[in-house]
Ligand binder design. Structure first.
Ligand code: NAP
Length: 326
């Protein structure tokens, strides 16, 4: 019996590939850039499983190329907003993802951004590199304090909660807004639920951890950003499209908020001449919140594990649309 064909849209950890090759005929896209749409269309038509990244646009047309014996779209990420989940579900195609393993690393990175923007780490480093090391002075590179400040978390899911847990070490007051209220977590971690408006108007740091969906697209826009304090910072490691980039650019330009630290942007990569890139009070990193060596290995292994289950006609362990099994 020939092995089932699988397409992997980027080079991933070799141990995961080895595991995949043991039961499948796996082809790995060799380039750093994602495969273009024609390639995705071709590969979906000719394989039984595709291991995707968040940069692959798996739309209705791509999904409809999959043959009737197609087993799984296995995404190596927790968010699956690049995949037309409705179309896949209609065709009873399970979608795998990689939750939990990246939660703590993403929370660590959120704190890297919060501390860096509050204490002007990137800006200071930049100055030193340029040969500017002003003599110690009472007013040189002053920033904001974290200790005792108020943190507002929008989206109290896995990563949002991991960010909140870390805030306790900074003696912060932690507010949250989420789709559902979570009284048990409020008691356990001393969290306070607020409406989004209230949270925005009280917090010193606002950190976004919602998944991207219709209700969170441009959740931060001209109307909502105006609730934020002039002294507050906006942090986004979730998805670029959760913030309207024009509204943020305007808010930074007009000094409506103190600064922003972003691991994601719309579009990615950001245009080289984007005005936010020349703002010292904005830090932008290239979508690396989960990029630790052990986490990326675990994510690759999980994505492969999902494929192995699907190819053996078993329900996959980490499924976005378990309704396909009903
Ligand atoms: P999660 O556990 O599903 O958390 C998402 C939370 O968003 C849920 O708790 C949900 O609230 C909340 N939510 C959804 N729609 C909402 C709305 N309209 N208003 C308020 N809250 C809403 O996911 P996670 O594992 O924490 O990951 C969160 C997101 O982070 C991912 O979807 C992904 O986009 C992003 N991410 C980015 C990176 C990176 O490299 N930068 C890495 C990993 C993940 P309820 O629980 O109240 O229903």
């Amino acid at each position: 019996m020939p092995k089932p064909k699988v397409f992997v849209t980027r080079k991933i950890n070799p141990s995961a590939i080895e595991k995949l090759q043991s039961i499948a005929d796996a082809e790995i896209w060799p380039n750093e850039n994602p495969p273009p749409k024609e390639i995705l269309l071709e590969k979906f038509a000719a394989t039984q499983a595709v291991l995707t990244m968040l940069t692959d646009s798996v739309d209705h047309e791509v999904i409809n190329r999959a043959p009737s014996n197609f087993k799984i779209i296995s995404q190596m990420a927790v968010g699956t907003d690049n995949i037309d989940v409705t179309s896949a579900t209609k065709r009873k195609i399970p979608i795998g993802h990689t939750p939990d393993v990246l939660t703590e690393s993403c929370a660590d990175f959120t704190w890297a951004l919060i501390t860096a923007i509050a204490r002007r780490v990137s800006e200071s480093h930049q100055e030193v590199r340029q040969g500017i090391w002003l003599p110690w002075g009472p007013d040189v590179l002053l920033g904001a304090d974290l200790f005792g400040a108020t943190l507002g978390i929008i989206g109290l899911g896995r990563i949002g909660l991991a960010v909140a847990r870390r805030a306790l070490g900074f003696n912060m007051k932690v507010l949250y807004f989420s789709k559902t209220r979570k009284p048990d977590l409020e008691t356990k971690y001393n969290l306070q639920y607020r409406s989004m408006e209230e949270l925005l108007s009280i917090s010193d740091f606002v950190s976004l951890h919602v998944n991207l969906n219709q209700s969170t697209h441009h959740l931060i826009n001209t109307d909502t950003i105006k609730f934020m304090k002039k002294s507050a910072y906006l942090i986004n490691i979730a998805r670029g499209k959760i913030i309207d980039p024009k509204a943020l650019t305007q808010a930074i330009h007009n000094k409506q908020i103190a600064g922003a630290a972003l691991d994601v942007f719309d579009p990615e990569p950001i245009q080289q001449n984007h005005p936010l890139l020349s703002c010292p009070n904005v830090i932008i990193t290239p979508h690396i919140a989960s990029a630790s060596i052990p986490v990326r290995k675990k994510m690759a292994e999980m994505a492969v594990e999902n494929i192995l289950f699907a190819l053996q006609n078993n329900p996959i362990p980490y499924c976005v649309n378990p309704i396909v099994y009903q």
